[in-house]
Design a protein around this ligand. Structure first.
Ligand SMILES: C[S@@+](CC[C@H](N)C(=O)[O-])C[C@H]1O[C@@H](n2cnc3c(N)ncnc32)[C@H](O)[C@@H]1O
Length: 277
């Protein structure tokens, strides 16, 4: 086992992977179904040729650029272990800012919140995990993403109402919400980041929006206002540099108390506003 671990680390290191040692432990541990402690404790344990071949295939996929989260089939978000696959976006740490802001606006006690474009279910599940009394709703246009989200909810023992459909269409006839939150696609089609890192392997529909990245933000801002109870909050994640455009979209939609909030890098990544009374 120790030899295979060293071989994997060297291969990842040669490919320029930053955390080669950590990733080697994760990939070998995943394939051999053991933890980091197990790899150390049972370092001398032999591996079968079949196991070694499977580990080498995983390492080769990583060297070819496949995201580590897809290879492991999981990613942690808001301290929740989430299953992910190539049909959904890999939840990002930046999105925890959106969850933090949303929790600050949720009324105490029972409330209704909607997560639009839920992907793996990350935001809806984080909110529900913090507020057990919350009636959490979530929608996505992709059936594959919703299946992952529902499986995550089931494993975590959290109840969320899942809907398939385009933005607000999926919940048009439901009672008004106290809060609507979304991390929609907001990358412009010609953004060079799309050809780098994990983004190369994630679903384009989860990343790219027309109109320089603003089309989905605009659609959600326009449709959400009438689905919020008076005084309810709309919170949107967006790209660094889109803050002023999204503030304008929320004001045009009739929101008040509109403001943007920066992530730890000091970049505006979340804009929020309140439905008029
Ligand atoms: C940036 S991903 C966010 C995923 C997840 N909320 C997260 O933060 O990890 C955007 C999500 O919006 C979904 N989506 C794209 N267009 C949509 C539409 N017209 N209606 C509903 N969902 C859509 C995608 O399938 C994807 O899951």
């Amino acid at each position: 086992m120790a030899g295979l671990l060293a071989e994997s680390r060297d291969r990842l290191q040669r490919a320029g992977i930053d955390q080669a040692g950590l990733e080697a432990r994760l990939l070998v541990g995943h394939q051999l179904e053991t933890t980091g402690a197990g790899l150390i404790a049972f370092g001398e344990r032999p591996v079968t040729p079949r196991q070694a071949e499977a580990v080498r295939a995983l390492v080769a996929a990583r060297v070819a650029g496949q995201p580590i989260a897809y290879l492991l089939g999981r990613r942690e978000f808001w301290s929740l272990p989430l299953q992910v696959d190539a049909g959904c976006l890999i939840p990002r740490p930046e999105t925890e800012l959106l969850v933090e802001r949303a929790l600050g606006h949720l009324p105490a006690g029972p409330a209704r919140a909607l997560d639009l474009g839920t992907g793996s279910g990350a935001i809806a599940l984080a909110l529900k995990s913090e507020r057990p009394q919350l009636q959490a709703w979530a929608s996505d246009v992709e059936a594959g993403a919703l299946a992952v989200a529902a499986a995550n909810a089931c494993r975590l023992g959290l109840t969320v109402h899942w809907f398939r459909g385009r933005w607000l269409e999926a919940v048009a006839s439901r009672p008004l919400f106290d809060l609507i939150v979304s991390n929609p696609p907001y990358v412009a089609a010609d953004d060079p980041h799309l050809t780098t890192g994990d983004l190369r392997f994630e679903p384009r529909r989860a990343l790219v929006a027309a109109d320089g990245g603003l089309a989905d933000l605009r659609a959600i801002a326009a449709a959400s206002h009438s689905r919020l109870r008076p005084g309810g909050w709309l919170l949107l994640e967006h790209g660094a540099g889109q803050g002023s455009a999204v503030r304008a979209l929320l004001r045009e939609a009739g929101c008040r108390e509109v403001s943007s909030h920066a992530d730890l890098a000091g970049l505006e990544r979340v804009t929020e506003g309140r439905a008029g009374a």
